[in-house]
Design a protein around this ligand. Sequence first.
Ligand code: CP
Ligand code: NVA
Length: 307
Amino acid sequence: MRHFLTLKDFSKEELLEIIDLAVTIKKQTKNGDKVPYLHMQTLGMIFEKSSTRTRVSFEVGIHELGGSGLFLSSKDIQLGRGEPMKDTARVITRMVDMVMIRTFSQQGLEEFAKYSNVPVINGLTDLYHPVQLMADYLTMEEHGKADDPVVAYVGDGNNMTHSWLLLAAKLGFELRVATPKGYEPDAAVVADAMALAKQSGAKIILGNDPKAAVEGADVVTTDTWISMGQEDEKEKRIKDFAGYMVDSDLMKLAKEDAIFLHCLPAYRGYEVSEEVFEGEQSVVFDEAENRLHAQKAVMVWLDKQRS
Ligand code: CP
Ligand code: NVA
């Protein structure tokens, strides 16, 4: 049995296999053929943080695969009143076929997985957002940007940055990260990514200059400066991130046909300008839709591993 907790646990071949499966399932769905790969299966969906895309894409995804989703907000279940992760895991996973969790700590997620009888999917932690990256890579492929791309990430060194680092390191492409000083990605994740990059041939460049990162890039991406749980730091962060907005002047430094990605929700006038967000290079709504297709592939792939 396999879980989907971090991209670190997957080989390049496995990640590309999941992407290929997403392409197939998307094609089938678009042709009106919703194949019930997960007939009668139940996906438990535990949310300790807010969500629009993750919730809708997993719930619709499991439904279209022939199963059903069970939305479990920590505001309602006993987990939110202090029932331990390991107890929650041992109860819920005796009743459902797969679990997706959005939570704070990666350790908490891993503890849940340790006690789980069924595959567990990371629907975002403070450290990683791996399912988002599957959708992002699918979007890059569809827009002709998966062939030896240069990806520029500008902004906060957060869960999205960490997942980009691991994706680049696994697949072997060039990733340039520009964060303000003091907001660099986690040192342990960077060390892991650098070690993996040696094997894959990925080029990972970390710095503080958005212009240098974006120069000649095929893909430009960013994320909110204030992730869930950091609301108290809002004012300080807005000051510290001055000069890190992806605006038209910055986009002009990328390749002429570069695409703009953002996992959403986006905060216009902060990490991205209105003009870039709504502009022709922005493919953020293709990216959002691809959450559905990529995650169906993750679920079907995980199901295959146990049979
Ligand atoms: N990108 C993303 O995960 O969106 P939600 O927070 O709306 O799920
Ligand atoms: N970095 C953001 C991503 C939201 C999908 C957060 O963790 O809030």
